[in-house]
Design a protein. Structure first.
Length: 285
């Protein structure tokens, strides 16, 4: 079996084929399950279906790929100790200090002009996704909050980091400049969500996650950061819905203050540079 995996390791085409087949099959199964759970339009059933679908689409294919093609699948996909544990703290802080930049990019993105016909289609897609998210976020119990943290924050954080950083970015890094790999992965990560009025902030998030993964060598850090990003929106929406805080979860951390935006930029770049000085270059082993 180890010899079989070694042969597959050398075959890029076979690895791509295995991943695409796994992704295609798992996505079809996930879509079918999600469709079954939407019957009756019950929000709890819808969340369960969404969680299962997301796990099948983004978690299962990377695990299948690395299980079949790697001798140490967990470590090689990225589940390694970070170069330094303090990088976890840097990652958490980074998610908050970068919020002003993320939101200003979102504001600029919302003003994009795609042409009348295309804009109608894109707006419809955006509104559908937005309405679904709003419905899912409207909970007023602690268990509802935990459910949302699982379905909206944790499962996507694990799955999307496995797929876009663990598989895509690492594969590209072995074949091209790491910066090109990170930018391409971030672009595809944002594109595949098919929400183009949020394309720039999502790609910016992908860049931050990509650089932190590359420089730390650990998928644990990018998963934690992704979870913090999604989880913050979930908690803020919960507090707002409960009447404990009057904050718009979509624009949490927004500012038009130039000084704050410059500070956000300096801190964001500075923290990534600090991590880069202690990097563990997994792509060059």
């Amino acid at each position: 079996m180890d010899e079989f995996k070694k042969n597959l390791k050398q075959s890029t085409g076979m690895r791509i084929f295995i991943f695409l087949m796994a992704f295609f099959v798992c996505t079809l199964i996930g879509a079918a399950i999600a469709a079954l759970f939407t019957i009756g339009n019950d929000i709890t059933r819808l969340k369960i279906g969404q969680g299962i679908s997301s796990a099948l689409m983004f978690i299962a294919p990377p695990i299948i790929l690395y299980a079949f093609t790697r001798t140490e699948p967990m470590r090689q996909i990225g589940f390694r100790k970070p170069a330094f544990w303090w990088m976890l703290l840097i990652g958490v802080i980074l998610m908050f200090v970068s919020l002003p930049l993320t939101n200003i990019l979102g504001t600029w993105n919302e003003k994009a002009n795609f042409g009348e016909t295309l804009e109608t289609i894109l707006k419809m897609m955006e509104d559908t996704a937005g309405d679904l998210t709003e419905r899912m976020l409207q909970v007023d119990t602690f268990w509802g909050l935990l459910g949302n943290l699982l379905v909206i924050a944790l499962i996507p954080a694990i799955g999307e980091e496995l797929t876009f950083r663990g598989v895509l970015q690492q594969s590209l890094t072995r074949r091209c400049n790491p910066h090109v790999a990170i930018w391409l992965s971030a672009f595809i990560f944002s594109f595949i969500h098919f929400q183009f009025y949020g394309f720039l902030p999502r790609m910016f998030l992908g860049l931050i996650l990509g650089y932190m993964f590359y420089y730390s060598g650990s998928l644990w850090i990018s998963i934690l950061m992704h979870f913090i990003n999604n989880g913050t929106a979930v908690v803020v929406a919960y507090l707002d819905y409960k009447g404990l805080a009057n904050v718009d979860w979509e624009h949490f951390g927004s500012t038009s203050n130039v000084a704050l935006l410059i500070t956000s930029l300096v801190l964001t770049v500075g923290m990534i540079v600090i991590v880069s000085r202690n990097q563990y270059k997994y792509g060059r082993k």
